[in-house]
Design a protein around this ligand. Structure first.
Ligand SMILES: [Zn+2]
Length: 71
């Protein structure tokens, strides 16, 4: 058997809106969905951030409980 199951290995990524630090030396960034303000500050240096995109693995919504088998 030489069939490779790429889908099982690769996590599914999608373009995600993030806010990243304006400071080039500061690599901090935060997902927009986790940002508390419309214009969040840098979580590390508290500096200004700019809107950007990043290809990230899709994360399940934290508010919803994991699927259970009850019915
Ligand atoms: Zn920063």
């Amino acid at each position: 058997m030489s069939v490779q199951q790429d889908e099982a290995i690769k996590p599914e990524v999608k373009p995600t809106v993030i806010w990243k630090c304006k400071d080039a030396e500061c690599k901090a960034w935060v997902r927009e969905e986790y940002a508390t303000n419309e214009y969040p500050e840098c979580p590390l240096c508290k500096g200004p951030t700019i809107r950007s995109f990043k290809h990230l693995p899709a994360v399940p919504k934290a508010k919803k409980p994991p699927r259970t088998k009850k019915k």
